[in-house]
Design a protein around this ligand. Structure first.
Ligand code: 3HC
Length: 702
C-alpha cells in the first residue's frame, strides 16, 4: 500500500488478502475504488492465488460510498463496475465483515462469492436515509440473496441488522468464532478451498418471483412511513421492476434511479442533515481542551425527565444516583427506570443479565443530597422554577466535590442566574434533554457566561457517550429550540385568531412533513405549560402582543390535552389519537367576535408560508445574536427535537433553498398587518439584499 493507494494486496499461501485502509470508516472514495480495481486485476492475474479475502483495517468494513463526493462530478472507476469486476472474477472472493457494513459496503460484499462476519457486525442499506437508493447492485443482488420481502424491508427502511439475523436470512454464509475479520476471512477461504466450493455469484442466482399483491401492500406501508419522501417508493419500484428484467438490465434501471435521486433537493437536504449532525460537535475554542472525567452522575428529580436521563446514562455505562424528595418518590422513579430497561430487554437492546447488574450495581434512588458528594456530574431535573433551581444549586455548591460539573436541565430559564446561586459558576452548564430523554437524541448544551471551557468539553463528551447529538446554545429564553417553537407557534396562534381552524393548521403542517401539527403537539405536551408561561410573562407583556385567548380558555376549562382526554382534540377509546371537537369552532367564533375580528380563510400554502417564515426569522435572530454559532446547528435542533422533516434538511437549509429574498418579502407583507410580531431579522434582510445564504455564514462557510 502506498500513501495514495488505500488498498493493499498480499498473500498468505494460496490466499490473496485485499485489505482496504481508508480511515475513519473505509468509505469508497475514488482512490479506494481505483485501488480495489487494481487489486482485483492483480488477483486475477496472480497464478499462485486460488481465492481472495476482501477485508478492511480499522474499526469497520466499508461503511458506504464516500458521501462527501456526492453532488460533485463523478470520478471513475464507478462503483457498480468495480463490484461487477469482483463478481466476474473466475476465482472466488470472500468478503470478511466487521463493524458497520453499510450502503456501498454491503453492495461490495454482495458482489463477493461468499460472506463471513465476526460477531457484532451490523449490516444495512441506509441509502434512503440520504434521499437515495442503493446504486451499486443492492436492489438487485440483495433480493436474490434474502428473498423479496426481506430485501424490500431492508432497502426501504434503511434498517441495520445484526450478524445473527443476517445469518438466518442467508445474507452471510457464516459467523466467525474470533473477532479478527482478516483471520475470519482466511479461515473461511481455507474451508472453501478444502471443500472445493467456489461460493456463488448472486447475478447468476434466480430472481425471486415478484407477486404484485405483495408489492402493493408494501407500497401502502412504505408510503405511510416515508411521509412524502421520494426515495423509499422509488427504491421499492426499482426492486420490483428490476427483478422482472435480466440482471444487467435491472442494474441499469437501478443506476438510472440512483442518478435521478442524486439530483433531488431531498438528497441534498438529507446529506446536509448528515454532515450537520457531525459538525455540531466541532468547537474551535475547545481544541486541546481535555474534558473532565465522568463516571458517576447524579440526577436530581425523578419525574419523567429525570427518569429518562437516568435510564439513558445507565445505558451508556455510567453509575447513577438519583435523588428524590421522599422514599415514595424515590421508589416510583426507580420503578419507572426499571420499566424502561425492561423495555430495552424486550426490544433486544439489552440482555436480562446486563439489565439486572446495571440496576443492582450501578443505580440507586435516594433521598439524601449527601449521596452526590462524590459524583463527577450532577444534572438537576426538578420543577421549572427559578427559586427552586437556585435553591438546589446553592445546596449542590456546598455538597459536590471540587471539579464536579453542575448541570441544569431547564428548558428556558436563565442559566447565568442559576449559576450565580453557587460559589462556582464556572462548573455550571445547561444540559437540556428532550422528552423522553432515553429516546430523543438531541441535547442542547447551554453555555453560560462563566462556564469553564473544560466543562463545555465535558458536556460534548457526555453527549457522545450517551449517544446524543450535542448542540451548543447560548443563554436566552428557550435557547435555540424552544425559542424557535415559541415563534412559529405564535404565528399559528395568530392565524387561528384570524380565522384558521387549528385542525386545518395541523393538517397543513403535517402536509409539510412534520409528524404532527402545533395543536397536536400542544395536546401531547399539556396545555398547562404554555398557559403557565403566558401567566408568568403577562405582567411584562408588550401591549402590542396578540394573546392566544383561546388557548387560555381551554386551559382554564381544565382541557389540558391528552392527559385530561380533551384539549384541541378529544381523546377516548374510540379515538386514542384524537378527533376534532365540534365545540371548538363555536368557541373560537365567540372569541373572535369578542375581539372584533372578522374571520378570514387561509389556504394551506399560506399557513405553511407564515409558519416557516416565523421559524426562519427567529433562526436568523438566534444566529445574529450568537445564540447558535452556525445555521446548521439550528437545523440539527429542529430535526432532532421538533420533528422537522429530514427530507427538507432543517429550517435554515430550507430557507437557503427558497432564497432569503422570498422569505423576507413574505415577512414584509405580513408585517403590514402586525408590525410588532413580524419584525424581520436584520440578518435575513442582509442576506435578502445580498443574495446570500445561511450556509455560507461563519463556520458553515468552511
Ligand atoms: N462517507 C464519507 N464520510 C463518512 C461516511 C461516508 N459514507 N460515513 C462516515 N463518514 C465520516 C463522518 O462524516 C465522520 O467524519 P468527521 O469525523 O470528520 O466528522 C467520520 O466518518 C466518523 O463518522 P461518525 O462520527 O458518524 O462515526 P460513528 O462511529 O458514530 O458512525 C457510521 C459510523 C455508522 C459508519 C456512520 O458514520 C454512518 O452511518 N455513516 C454513513 C453510512 C452510510 O450512509 N452509507 C451509505 C452511503 S450511500 C452509498 O453507499 C451509495 C451506494 O449505494 C452507491
Amino acid at each position: 500500500m502506498t500513501v495514495d493507494n488505500p488498498v493493499c494486496y498480499d498473500r498468505e499461501g494460496e490466499i490473496a488478502v485485499i485489505e482496504i485502509d481508508n480511515p475513519p470508516v473505509n468509505a469508497l472514495s475514488a482512490a479506494v475504488r481505483q485501488g480495489l480495481s487494481e487489486a482485483m486485476a492483480r488477483f486475477d492475474a496472480d497464478a499462485d492465488a486460488r481465492i481472495a479475502v476482501l477485508c478492511c483495517a480499522g474499526r469497520t468494513f466499508i461503511a458506504g460510498a464516500d458521501i462527501s463526493e456526492f453532488g460533485k462530478p463523478p470520478v471513475p472507476p464507478f462503483l457498480p463496475d468495480v463490484i461487477n469486476a469482483i463478481e466476474a472474477s473466475e476465482k472466488p472472493v470472500v468478503a470478511a465483515l466487521h463493524g458497520t457494513v453499510l450502503g456501498g459496503g454491503l453492495e461490495v460484499a454482495l458482489g463477493a462469492h461468499a460472506r463471513v462476519a465476526v460477531a457484532g457486525t451490523r449490516m444495512g442499506l441506509p441509502e434512503v436515509t440520504l434521499g437515495l437508493l442503493p446504486g451499486a447492485g443492492g436492489t438487485q443482488r440483495l433480493p436474490r440473496a434474502v428473498g423479496l420481502e426481506a430485501a424490500i424491508d431492508m432497502v426501504t427502511s434503511g434498517r441495520q441488522i445484526g450478524a445473527d439475523e443476517a445469518l438466518r436470512m442467508n445474507l452471510i454464509d457464516a459467523l466467525a468464532d474470533g473477532g479478527d475479520p482478516r483471520e475470519a476471512g482466511i479461515a473461511h477461504a481455507r474451508e472453501l478451498l478444502a471443500q472445493g466450493h467456489a461460493g456463488r455469484r448472486l447475478s447468476d442466482a434466480e430472481a425471486p418471483a415478484v407477486d404484485p399483491q405483495v408489492v402493493e401492500s408494501w407500497r401502502a406501508k412504505v408510503a405511510r412511513s416515508s411521509r412524502g419522501q421520494v426515495a423509499p417508493l422509488r427504491a421499492l419500484d426499482t426492486i420490483a421492476k428490476g427483478l422482472a428484467l435480466p440482471f444487467a438490465e435491472g442494474l441499469a434501471l437501478e443506476r438510472r434511479a440512483f442518478m435521478d435521486l442524486m439530483q433531488t433537493p431531498e438528497r441534498a437536504a438529507m446529506i446536509h442533515a448528515f454532515f450537520s449532525e457531525r459538525r455540531a460537535a466541532q468547537q474551535d475554542d475547545l481544541k486541546g481542551v481535555t474534558p473532565r472525567e465522568v463516571n458517576r452522575i447524579g440526577v436530581i428529580g425523578g419525574g419523567t425527565m429525570g427518569q429518562g436521563i437516568a435510564a439513558s446514562a445507565l445505558s451508556a455505562g455510567l453509575d447513577v444516583t438519583l435523588v428524590e424528595r421522599d422514599d415514595a418518590a424515590a421508589a416510583k422513579a426507580a420503578a419507572g427506570i426499571a420499566r424502561m430497561q425492561d423495555g430495552a430487554v424486550k426490544r433486544g437492546k439489552l440482555s436480562q443479565a446486563d439489565r439486572d447488574t446495571m440496576m443492582a450495581d450501578r443505580f440507586r434512588a435516594v433521598t439524601d443530597y449527601q449521596a452526590l458528594a462524590d459524583a463527577d456530574l450532577v444534572i438537576e431535573a426538578v420543577f421549572e422554577s427559578m427559586d427552586v433551581k437556585r435553591e438546589v444549586f446553592a445546596r449542590l455548591g456546598g455538597i459536590c466535590r471540587p471539579g464536579a460539573v453542575l448541570a441544569t436541565n431547564t428548558s428556558y430559564l436563565d442559566v447565568n442566574e442559576i449559576a450565580a446561586a453557587t460559589s462556582r459558576p464556572e462548573d455550571v452548564i445547561g444540559l437540556h434533554f428532550f422528552s423522553p430523554a432515553n429516546v430523543m437524541r438531541l441535547l442542547e448544551i447551554v453555555v453560560a457566561d462563566r462556564t469553564a471551557p473544560d466543562v463545555v468539553a465535558t458536556a460534548f463528551a457526555l453527549a457522545k457517550r450517551m449517544g446524543k447529538i450535542g448542540v451548543r446554545s447560548g443563554v436566552c429564553d428557550g435557547f435555540i429550540g424552544n425559542r424557535m417553537l415559541s415563534a412559529y407557534r405564535t404565528a399559528a396562534d395568530h392565524m387561528v385568531l384570524d380565522g384558521a381552524s387549528p385542525y386545518q393548521v395541523d393538517r397543513a403542517i403535517a402536509g409539510f412533513g412534520f409528524p404532527m401539527g402545533p395543536y397536536q403537539v400542544g395536546d401531547l405536551a399539556g396545555l398547562d405549560i404554555g398557559y403557565a408561561t403566558r401567566q408568568r410573562k403577562a405582567a411584562t407583556r408588550d401591549a402590542r402582543e396578540r394573546v392566544p385567548v383561546f388557548a387560555d380558555r381551554l386551559a382554564e376549562a381544565g382541557r389540558l390535552g391528552r392527559k385530561t382526554g380533551r384539549g384541541y382534540y378529544i381523546y377516548d377509546e374510540q379515538s386514542p389519537q384524537g378527533r376534532p371537537d365540534p365545540e371548538l369552532e363555536p368557541m373560537l367564533d365567540a372569541i373572535r367576535a369578542d375581539l372584533g375580528i372578522t374571520p378570514r380563510d387561509f389556504t394551506d400554502d399560506e399557513i405553511r408560508s407564515r409558519y416557516m417564515a416565523a421559524m426562519v426569522n427567529e433562526g436568523a435572530k438566534i444566529l445574529d445574536e450568537g445564540i447558535a454559532a452556525r445555521a446548521s446547528d439550528i437545523d440539527v435542533v429542529l430535526l432532532h427535537g421538533y420533528g422537522f422533516p429530514r427530507g427538507k434538511g432543517g429550517p435554515m437549509h430550507w430557507a437557503d433553498a427558497q432564497g432569503a429574498a422570498a422569505i423576507s418579502a413574505d415577512i414584509a407583507r405580513y408585517g403590514e398587518e402586525d408590525p410588532y410580531f413580524w419584525q424581520a431579522a436584520p440578518l435575513l434582510t442582509r442576506l435578502a439584499q445580498q443574495g446570500g445564504r445561511f450556509a455560507d455564514l461563519g463556520k458553515d462557510a468552511k
